[in-house]
Ligand binder design. Structure first.
Ligand SMILES: Cc1cc2nc3c(=O)[nH]c(=O)nc-3n(C[C@H](O)[C@H](O)[C@H](O)COP(=O)(O)OP(=O)(O)OC[C@H]3O[C@@H](n4cnc5c(N)ncnc54)[C@H](O)[C@@H]3O)c2cc1C
Length: 309
């Protein structure tokens, strides 16, 4: 039996691209789905400094490398959002995208994470009118203006450090005094003259007319409120898996991440795999995502070879 078109890979971030390349090298023909841009989150990252062999480059360089590598391997992604994934009675999977329904023998879930909303009074009305979660995409719009970044982890500090090179003043707001970011990122932030750390503050409301003009903050201990004037608000308070399309029960842990066998990336359902940021893993980085992809592909190939013996 030919294995052509039997594997679907959902999401073409670093994890999905890695799985696709390894599958192709094993002689399989993965059908790859991407609802946005190949490279996933790396498209929205300023610099990636901890991916071995990729020195001092922008995230966008990594994403365009991933896209051209896919092309070199003859893989043309289907640029559609997968709307439904369900299990057929015979153990195969039904995938729905656009108006198409198609069965696959193996499926690899690699759809990453979605940014958490801030749940701020007025937040919805300022989406795309001053509130963003992508400094790389939207930062230049605020050149010479004052902006705030909300969050206390590495993403918040890395993006604030990028904004410090283009914006006039950058406030970094975190509700914890104990910041989660690495010391290096915090030190870089503190080395700029136009940055200010506001801790422990909780953002409670944003105001403005046509676009955001100010952010109201409440001190976590004294409950005193203050208002800062800003033109842009960048939110990095974490992310969460969004798996609404997955119509198979019992795959996730209590936090919504897909649990897998860490050696094979297989989920509780046979021939269904999860890789990268969407799975239950202690580290969510490019290194771990590409490693997951290669392990899943290797496991799928081994399973396929067993079945044709
Ligand atoms: C601001 C920021 C800075 C970071 N800095 C670093 C760093 O310096 N070093 C590092 O190693 N890591 C960094 N990371 C983390 C790194 O980007 C992620 O760990 C990595 O991208 C995860 O890869 P992934 O393939 O699992 O998911 P993603 O990169 O999120 O890719 C998932 C893909 O799936 C697609 N998708 C989602 N749903 C569907 C659907 N239903 N149908 C079809 N396609 C779908 C998405 O469009 C996306 O392209 C950073 C992340 C952020 C946000």
């Amino acid at each position: 039996m030919s294995c052509e078109n039997e594997v679907a890979v959902i999401g073409m971030g670093p994890a999905g691209v890695s799985a696709a390349i390894y599958l192709k090298r094993y002689g399989m023909e993965p059908i790859c789905f991407e609802k946005g841009m190949v490279g996933g989150k790396t498209n929205f990252t300023d610099r990636i400094e901890n991916y071995p062999g990729f020195v001092g480059e922008k995230g966008s360089v990594l994403s365009s490398n991933l896209a051209s590598q896919l092309k070199d391997f003859g893989i043309e992604p289907v640029y559609k959002s997968v709307k439904e994934l369900s299990l057929n009675e015979d153990g195969s999977f039904l995938l729905k995208y656009g108006k198409v329904e198609r069965n696959f023998r193996y499926v690899v879930i690699a759809n990453g994470l979605t940014d958490k909303p801030l749940h701020l009074e007025g937040e919805e009305s300022f989406r795309r009118r001053g509130i963003s979660s992508c400094a790389i995409c939207d930062g230049p719009l605020y050149k010479g203006k004052d902006v705030a970044v909300v969050g206390g982890g590495n993403s918040a500090f890395q993006e604030a450090n990028y904004l410090a090179t283009i914006c006039s003043r950058i406030y970094l707001v975190s509700h914890h005094r104990n910041l989660k970011a690495q010391e290096k990122n915090i030190n870089t932030f503190n080395s700029f003259e136009n940055t200010e750390l506001l801790v422990p503050y909780e953002p409670v409301a944003c105001t403005g007319t046509k676009s955001i003009e100010s952010l109201v903050l409440e001190h976590n201990e004294t409950h005193e409120r203050k208002e800062i004037r800003i033109s842009g608000l960048f939110v990095y308070i974490g992310n969460m898996p969004v798996l609404d399309y997955l119509k198979i029960e019992g795959l996730t842990n209590e936090r919504g991440y897909i649990t897998t066998n860490p050696s094979t990336m297989e989920t509780k359902i046979k021939k269904l795999y999860a890789i990268g940021d969407c799975r239950d893993t202690p580290l969510r980085q490019v290194t771990t995502a590409v490693s997951d992809g290669s392990l899943a592909a290797t496991s799928i190939h081994a399973d396929y070879m067993d079945s044709v013996k």
